[in-house]
Design a protein around this ligand. Structure first.
Ligand code: GTP
Length: 576
């Protein structure tokens, strides 16, 4: 109870019935229900005021809100119980502190985004009853919104629900109540209007009864926040009010769902990747262990310091991996053939300058002192802290291939029948010899030799017998010159000899001695003795008036050979 002073009590007594004219149709604030009883939030708050003051209001219902305002202005009713204070109403009313503070909110359809700032909206409409003061204020504050007019206050909800307007602006409590009561569940409260749109719902008392206003204020001051909340919740299920945008919530839920799915997907992928990695590591180990050679990682220093070598090093070198990588390791460099060390070093040095892969063939010496050819293919992958290149690669044994290659090469340069060099190789060598002789100003003589009457030998002994003679002659010819002189088969029964560092008379005398030997020593073929002679022409690159070129050199030798044939055979011609 709020104690009243005797003066106040006397005043209350003097004014007679305290007439109060509520709006009969302003749900849920104040209205008359089906039974004709005054009800609503305002009714409950007024009950508290009466209770606190120990007074009783006399409710009167002269008509609708317009009539009520007229009656009030005419002084026919003492109190209007629940209204906003406006300059216009201050003409005849004084106002109490608010019975209820109720923010204004924007009401939109469900799909509309939450409204943080209505000034940023474009091409949107807002529903208003005709002629409200609020409309003017909205037009001033939000010129971006188009006004759509409806007849009655609560028609604004239907206008938004049926898409005649995009939004409405109503007190929070009214909005929450109406949406729920009328089942307008495609509507939502999308945001709060600026502070100056907040409804401060007060009691308006006729100006001449300011004392009554003061008495009422003392009662209103006793109404707690909790009491107000309970009253409002009794009439309105405020849980309908959405303090945030469910559209955003839905989007957040969708985004969270996607993130969850992505996380699950990545976890699954990671598990698979880890499994694949483990499998790959296992495969790598198996692969490295079974490689036909030695995989390595090491430093490109002069010792070829190895950090890792695979098991293959055992079959390749006879050493264990730990022999090459341990503390007292054998230097890989010491396994490389001394003649090849520089070749390998140069190949790798070039590669580390350009960071290109390198492949190089060289010889190594195994633990049991055997020589092996290896093919080393690797790549520089970086540098250690001291700047020394780190290299990785694979060394495989190519000894068999090298032997096969060598055998093939030997076949390719030798004459199959006689075993001496063939014509192609002789030409290759002659070119090199000619260049060297011309550069170093040393002598080079070429002799072309042709067996005499070989056709007769063939005819007599048969082709096989002729072959035997060709083989025997080739061996004797080769034995007659110095080891570094070049002896080859030039054609069917033709041979060629190239001698370096000698002049033409010296070369001629070498060949003369051989011819004498052939004349002295016969051949024995199939048990029969046979004398084989030859004719030859010799030419020298150093002959006056001649160019140091191969073709003319051979042509001169050939011409002299035929001169020898014409001269009766079994002789050597040394000049034109
Ligand atoms: N057995 C054998 N005979 C060969 C081979 N290549 C060439 N001939 C023979 O060598 C003979 C060469 O005969 P010709 O060119 O007439 O010369 P020639 O009988 O030696 O008489 P001149 O050279 O004038 O002294 C031919 O009968 C060839 O068939 C060979 O690889 N084996």
């Amino acid at each position: 109870m709020v104690p009243l002073t005797p003066e106040e009590q006397a005043y209350i007594q003097s004014i007679g019935p305290i007439t109060v004219a509520p709006d009969p149709d302003w749900v849920p604030y104040e209205y008359v229900d089906e039974d004709g009883d005054f009800t609503g939030i305002a009714a409950d708050l007024l009950d508290l005021v009466q209770e606190r003051l120990g007074i009783e209001f006399t409710y009167v219902f002269p008509g609708d809100w317009g009539v009520i305002l007229e009656e009030s202005r005419a002084g026919n009713v003492l109190i209007l119980p629940f209204l906003n204070q406006t300059p216009d109403r201050e003409d005849w009313l004084v106002f109490t502190e608010p019975l209820l503070v109720d923010p204004s909110v924007f009401i939109t359809r469900e799909e509309h985004p939450f409204i943080f700032d209505a000034t940023g909206l474009t091409d949107e409409s807002i529903a208003f009853p005709v002629g409200t003061s609020l409309e003017e204020r909205v037009q001033r504050d939000f010129p971006n919104l188009h006004i759509v007019h409806v007849e009655r206050e609560n028609d604004v909800f239907q206008a938004v629900a049926n898409r005649s307007a995009d939004m409405a602006l109503r007190p929070l409590t009214v909005a929450a109540y109406t949406i729920r009561k009328e089942g307008l569940f495609n509507l939502k409260i999308a945001g709060q209007a600026p502070e100056h749109y907040t409804n401060h719902l007060r009691m308006g008392v006729l100006k001449e009864h300011a004392m009554l206003r003061d008495i009422l204020d003392r009662a209103i001051a006793t109404i707690s926040h909790r009491e107000r909340e309970e009253i409002v919740n009794r009439h309105v299920n405020i849980t309908v009010v959405q303090a945030f945008d469910y559209g955003i919530l839905m989007r957040l839920v969708v985004v969270a769902g996607i993130l969850l799915m992505l996380t699950s997907y990545w976890n699954l992928r990671l598990r698979r990747l880890n499994a694949a990695l483990a499998e790959s590591e296992r495969s790598k180990s198996v692969l490295l262990a079974n490689l036909p050679g030695m995989a390595y990682r090491g430093l490109l220093d002069r010792d070829w310091t190895m950090e890792f070598v695979s098991e293959g090093v055992k079959s390749l070198t006879g050493w264990q991996p730990s022999d090459l990588t341990g503390e007292s390791a054998i230097r890989y460099a010491s396994l490389i053939h001394p003649e090849d060390v520089e070749v390998v070093w140069q190949a790798w040095s070039g590669a580390t300058e350009s960071w290109q892969p390198v492949s190089v063939e060289y010889r190594i010496r195994t633990r049991d002192h055997k020589e092996r050819w290896v093919f080393d293919q690797g790549v520089p992958i970086g540098r250690d802290s001291s700047g020394t290149p780190i290299i990785e690669g694979l060394v495989i044994d190519i000894t068999d291939r090298k032997h096969a290659e060598k055998a093939l090469y030997e076949v390719s340069i030798h004459d199959q029948l006689t075993g001496i060099f063939n014509r192609r190789h002789i030409f290759n060598c002659l070119n090199d010899m000619l260049i060297k002789a011309a550069r170093e100003h040393t002598g080079l003589c070429v002799a072309i030799i042709d067996l005499d009457h070989f056709k007769t030998i063939n005819d007599t002994l048969g082709h096989g017998g002729g072959d035997t003679v060709l083989r025997g002659f080739a061996q004797r010819l080769k034995a007659s010159v110095r080891p570094y002189d070049l002896v080859g088969r030039y054609g069917g029964e033709e041979f060629i000899v190239a001698v370096s560092d000698v002049d033409l008379p010296t070369a001629a005398s070498m060949l003369e001695r051989f011819l004498e030997q052939m004349n002295a020593d016969g051949f024995e073929v199939a048990g029969e003795g046979l004398k084989v002679t030859f004719s030859a022409g010799i030419a020298d690159i150093g002959e006056p008036g001649t160019e140091p070129l191969l073709e003319p050199l051979l042509a001169r030798a050939d011409a002299r050979l035929y001169a020898a044939k014409r001269a009766g055979r079994n002789c050597i011609v040394t000049s034109d």
